[in-house]
Design a protein around this ligand. Structure first.
Ligand code: ATP
Ligand code: MG
Length: 388
């Protein structure tokens, strides 16, 4: 049977984009080209709200699948055989797929976008299903089939495949403005970052460390997380900021109840500096209301007070289990749970303040001469770049 191996991608929110749709489609197409920069294909065409990646190499299917899992802004992707629109050929391709796969049950799902084909979608399902069952004895299971074969009729062609890859939805990476994400190495901040990557926000990352008081592994963990997240947004910059001098001064001069909140405010001021320098207008954190003492509404207020830029907190209302589930799916969980000493938890006092008082905070910040410390710190920032 003559056929081409292709990939058919359904995009997600782009379909709601009205006049701007073309612009978003082009960004998604360019992203796909970058994700596939080491994999062969002939071209990418656009057919009825689907992207078709034409003529892929059928010997490298697993590599295409791995790359497809990193593309955001899509609702699904399917590796397919492209054939002509005729029932005999459709029958043969479906039968050969099912004979090779040997499932214990199957179903057919047809989407007939092309109304020129005479049979409707349910008619195609039942005719092809009957043909398969006349050749081999495998039951149909509509609810929980082991194998679902998808048949799409689009623009004069038929596309048939199985093992659909569900996308993350949202918008294509890098289709929105920039934000700077505060990445700690824990479970939450990588998930918070991902939530905005799939809204198209282009992220830079900043990590604050207490080296040499803490070991270098917090920095290594964050670099691994950055690499994972970069696989979704293609390229990133990480700013590594030494916080130890500021922390030591805070710990020398201030009541230990206020240490964490003062560390956080210092982080915010440095993050504001970095963001503004790079024309970036928002910060992102993995704050989650009520999770730890620094994440009360009062403390979020006291932390936000030190930031001129808005702070996006996409995880504010999520439950821990929901966050962990996303972390597992996006591949950051196993890195986040590797042991490391976080710059704040390393110096965490027994009873951190739950409702920080701003006047008290201002007095402490005057006492430690924050401005001089700030200048010393920003001079020691190290930059690392990542590519998918
Ligand atoms: P995470 O799981 O992301 O570490 P957390 O539950 O431990 O979060 P906190 O330690 O209160 O919560 O940190 C809240 C947020 O502040 C983090 O999600 C992150 O965005 C930011 N943050 C904390 N520590 C650092 C750090 N060392 N470097 C950069 N950002 C940090
Ligand atoms: Mg943490």
């Amino acid at each position: 049977m003559k056929h081409n191996d292709c990939i058919i991608i359904h995009y997600d929110e782009i379909s709601l984009k009205g006049n701007n749709r073309k612009w978003f489609e082009n960004i998604l197409i360019n992203n796909i080209k970058k994700h596939f920069s080491n994999l062969p294909f002939e071209n990418i065409s656009l057919k009825s709200a689907r992207l078709i990646i034409n003529k892929i190499d059928s010997n490298q299917i697993d590599l295409y699948k791995e790359s497809l899992k990193n593309i955001v802004g899509t609702s699904s992707a399917l590796i397919v055989k492209e054939i002509e629109q005729n029932l005999i050929t459709i029958n043969k391709v479906c039968l050969s797929m099912i004979t090779a796969y040997k499932p214990t049950s199957f179903r057919l799902t047809t989407k007939r976008n092309d109304k020129n084909f005479l049979l409707t979608s349910p008619e195609i399902n039942s005719k092809v299903g009957a043909y398969i069952q006349s050749k081999i004895n495998i039951p149909v299971n509509l609810k929980k089939p082991e194998m679902e074969i998808i048949i799409e009729l689009v623009d004069g062609k038929t596309y048939i495949g199985y093992d659909k890859i569900n996308g993350f939805g949202g918008l294509p990476a890098n289709s929105n403005e920039k934000a700077l994400s505060l990445l700690s190495g824990g479970i939450d901040s990588p998930v918070a970052s991902f939530e905005l990557i799939k809204r198209g926000v282009k992220l830079d990352f900043v990590h604050f460390h207490s080296y040499p008081a803490t070991k270098k592994n917090s920095i290594h963990n964050v670099e691994k997380l950055c690499q994972k997240l970069t696989n979704y947004q293609l390229d990133s910059v990480l700013y590594k900021v030494p916080l130890l001098e500021i922390q030591q001064n805070i710990m020398k001069e201030c009541d230990e109840k206020y240490w964490i909140i003062l560390f956080r405010r210092a982080m915010m001021k440095i993050a504001n500096y970095l963001a503004k320098k790079n024309h970036t207008l928002a910060l992102i954190t993995g704050d989650n209301i009520g999770q730890v003492a620094s994440q009360t509404i009062s403390n979020i207020y006291a932390t936000s007070d030190s930031s001129e830029l808005p702070i996006l907190r996409p995880l504010a209302g999520k439950n821990k289990n929901e966050i962990i589930n996303i972390a597992k799916i996006i591949g950051t969980y196993s890195i986040s749970i590797e042991p490391f000493e976080d710059c704040c938890s390393f110096f965490v006092p027994e009873n951190p303040i739950i409702k920080a008082n701003l006047n008290q905070i201002f007095k402490y910040e005057k006492k430690i001469n924050f401005n001089t410390l700030f200048n010393n710190t920003i001079n020691q920032i190290v930059i690392k770049k990542f590519k998918a």
